[in-house]
Design a protein around this ligand. Structure first.
Ligand code: ADP
Ligand code: ASP
Ligand code: MG
Length: 429
């Protein structure tokens, strides 16, 4: 089956004008069957996180919150001339199913509650866009991803069962492409074997698109963004950024792991494994080429700057001036695994071990520190900035770090990673 996958994030469907723009991009894709992965509209996931907090305080709050949430979507539907009756029927059904999943769990599991409520963002946005596309005459089908993208029960960070998912995705999507040219489905969501909803981690819709591309064995996946493609730095923080026209999978995975927020870090592995081309393109200027990620990169890369906020520096030493041994290290790593602490960079000396860890919930950090403090002394510095420059040049480095306090520095080949105290902003004016 000739098929391709598109992914549109929250910014691309945040209002009626943007939804019309997305419809235009979809209509231009005439040659193949198309699977479209969508996020919740705008910042709706944050809003739904607020509903979870309300629900944990008072279960009664959910009813009125969901009504308000549906009303927001009806307002957009009205601007798009979408029939509200059918939309209402579908939203009522989804809200009822969510309430039933919440009621079925006797134990108060916050992560479970989070997934059942927060998933409504993608469910509501896809229903709305599906109904809109159908109203303008496109041949379109809606797919509930929870029935095909199967995960374990790790709520808020579902682990994908690739074997089951590949089977279900190809069967279901093949059947749907017989009925429709465009299939609209949700990013970020999965389903357990027993019918509960899971989510794949914040910003996870890019990852969903990669999983579907992998399962369908497509040649190409396009993620549509509010930037021209992958740039040499985040344009919200830096002036004078350049477009990177071609990147290898390796370059892309390194950038995203160190904090380039343009695509979710888990996106690259499935597409690399099948040699799928990943295009990152602008939904504002769809005619432009954007960035292509594949086995072929550029001959020469300019310096690429990646900033990760809120990293934590841990200086760990033995309590009795003894060497940091392999036993200590394996003890530390085992506790990191247990408390889901993610490593940025690290270094050891005779009696100390320095770890830079990626942003983590304070409660997990606290239990991790408590656990390792049994054997070791830990000094913590929070709220730091990690700057990674790939393909760095001395002149740029000097410019970026002048008057900054550097707490940690590591150079490997042409990549330098620094942990800085001061906040970095390089926008002029
Ligand atoms: P989505 O709409 O798919 O959720 P995001 O908003 O998560 O997309 O990602 C796009 C944003 O990523 C851009 O608006 C930009 O500010 C940011 N970004 C960070 N680093 C880069 C980079 N190196 N190149 C391009 N954009 C970047
Ligand atoms: N809507 C989810 C989020 O905002 C997933 C995504 O957009 O990628 O995190
Ligand atoms: Mg996003």
């Amino acid at each position: 089956m000739k098929c391709t996958v598109f992914k549109f994030g929250g910014a691309s469907v945040r209002d009626p004008k943007r939804i019309k723009n997305v419809a235009g991009i979809i209509q231009q894709q005439k040659r193949k069957k198309l699977v479209v992965v969508l996020s919740a509209m705008g910042k709706n996931t944050n809003q739904l996180e607020g509903y979870v907090t309300d629900y944990l305080k008072s279960k009664k709050s959910l009813g009125s919150n969901l009504e308000a949430f549906a009303d927001q979507h009806y307002a957009v539907a009205q601007a798009l001339d979408v029939n509200p009756k059918d939309l209402k029927k579908k939203y009522t059904k989804l809200a009822k199913a969510c309430q039933a999943l919440l009621a079925s769990q006797k134990k108060l599991d916050e992560a479970y509650i989070y997934d059942q409520i927060v998933s409504l963002g993608e469910l509501y946005s896809t229903v709305l866009v599906h109904n809109y596309l159908s109203s303008i005459g496109l041949s379109v089908a809606w797919l509930d991803i929870r029935g095909v993208l199967k995960t374990d029960r790790t709520y808020r960070e579902g682990k994908v069962d690739f074997k089951k998912t590949v089977k279900l995705v190809s069967k279901k999507i093949k059947a749907l492409t017989k009925e429709a040219d465009v299939i609209i489905t949700q990013g970020f969501l999965g389903g357990t074997a027993d019918g509960a909803t899971t989510t794949l981690g914040r910003e996870g819709s890019d990852y969903t698109a990669a999983i579907l591309a992998y399962a369908l064995g497509v040649e190409e996946l396009t993620v549509w963004k509010d930037v021209p493609g992958i740039l040499t730095a985040d344009p919200r923080r830096f002036d004078n950024v350049e477009l990177l026209e071609r990147l290898t999978y390796r370059e892309a995975i390194e950038m995203t792991y160190y904090g380039a927020k343009v695509i979710h870090p888990k996106t690259i592995q499935p597409i690399q494994n099948k040699g799928i081309r990943l295009k990152v393109k602008s939904f504002i200027h769809p005619e432009n080429k954007g960035t292509v990620i594949s086995t072929q990169g550029q001959l020469k890369y300019p310096p690429i700057v990646v900033i990760q906020d809120d990293v934590i520096l841990l200086q760990i030493s033995s309590k009795d001036f003894s060497f940091i041994s392999e036993d200590h290290l394996s003890f530390i790593f085992e506790k990191m695994r247990k408390h889901k602490i993610k490593l940025g960079v690290m270094r050891n000396s005779a009696i100390s071990f320095t770890l830079v860890i990626l942003p983590v919930k304070e409660s997990l950090l606290k239990t991790f520190i408590k656990d390792i403090s049994v054997l070791l002394t830990v000094d913590i510095t929070r709220g730091l900035q990690m700057m990674t420059i790939r393909h760095f040049q001395e002149s740029l480095l000097h410019k970026l770090i002048q008057d900054k306090v550097i707490l940690f520095e590591e150079t490997l080949d042409d990549t330098v990673t620094m942990v800085l105290k001061a906040s970095l902003e390089f926008k002029e004016g």
